[in-house]
Design a protein around this ligand. Structure first.
Ligand code: SAM
Length: 247
């Protein structure tokens, strides 16, 4: 059925069944977070990972992006590595592993010491179907804006006539943000609404991905919407949305 029938709707059901109703190549951006290694019981939802991944590939537009926020459980002394398996499976079925980004928590949950460092991040795997069609990078201030560097470089590479010239122009005011993004979890006013859900991601995380990978009017999707963070932010930002609810 045409995707127009599902635009700006919250659709009841298992996400694989819901996605099967969509035409091919209709979604610009998916921002989602699956259940992690069955750590929590989400009211009995079955999570057939490979079916979810394949349907996501089919419904993503050429150049569209899937942001997959995930982490591993530690079972009997070892992290499961499920995140890596999932990332490689997405590659196997045709997605590019465009960027392995990190969601760093500024307020990680303190853990019982088990001879390892406190876990304070999750992966944000960014998959693309072919070359990414929209990238509007977030910019940050350069620490040394305006500074003139003293370094020099070879201007002429021929062996006999090598000359050295001043290397750099003054450092620019702004540069493209790195791929480790930091957020406080569950503390901001805008995140309070989702507090009833066991594992919502911060609104700001979704906002940053929507800014980065979409234009006004693009279709944003979350197959495992939980408290509905993705949809809420997409709506606020003038994007169209689709989501099967899960809580
Ligand atoms: C980690 S939570 C997502 C939280 C969400 N990002 C938020 O901000 O609230 C994973 C969600 O996936 C849902 N889920 C698991 N399997 C599902 C399925 N097959 N179809 C739809 N939702 C599913 C769970 O009920 C749970 O709410």
């Amino acid at each position: 059925m045409s995707i127009d029938n599902y635009i700006n709707q919250i659709i009841e059901g298992n996400c694989v069944e819901v996605m099967k109703r969509f035409d091919d190549e209709v979604i610009d951006l998916t921002v989602t977070s699956p259940p992690y290694d069955n750590l929590r019981n989400y009211k009995g939802f079955d999570f057939p990972f490979e079916d979810v991944a394949r349907e996501l590939y089919r419904i993503t537009k050429q150049g569209g992006v899937v942001v997959w926020v995930v982490n591993d459980a530690t079972i009997e002394g070892s992290e499961t590595g499920t995140s890596f398996h999932q990332a490689l499976y997405f590659r196997e079925i045709g997605f590019n592993l465009h960027d392995t980004m990190i969601f760093r928590k500024t307020n990680p949950i303190p853990q019982i010491y088990r001879k390892r460092y406190n876990n304070e991040f999750e992966f944000m795997f960014v998959f693309s179907k072919g070359t990414v069609k929209t990238h509007k990078p977030l910019m940050v201030d350069c620490l040394h804006a305006g500074l003139e560097l003293n370094g020099t470089t070879y201007k002429n590479f021929s062996k006999n006539e090598q000359t050295r010239e001043k290397l750099a122009k003054p450092v620019k005011d702004k540069k493209i943000k790195g791929n480790i993004w930091e957020y406080v979890v569950g503390k901001k006013q805008e995140d309070q609404e989702a507090k009833g859900h066991p594992a919502p991601f911060p609104c700001e995380l979704v906002r940053d991905h929507i800014k980065s990978w979409t234009n006004q009017g693009d279709i944003v999707f979350d197959p495992m919407s939980g408290s509905g963070t993705t949809v809420r932010v997409a709506c606020e930002m003038g994007r169209q949305y689709i989501c099967p609810p899960s809580e």
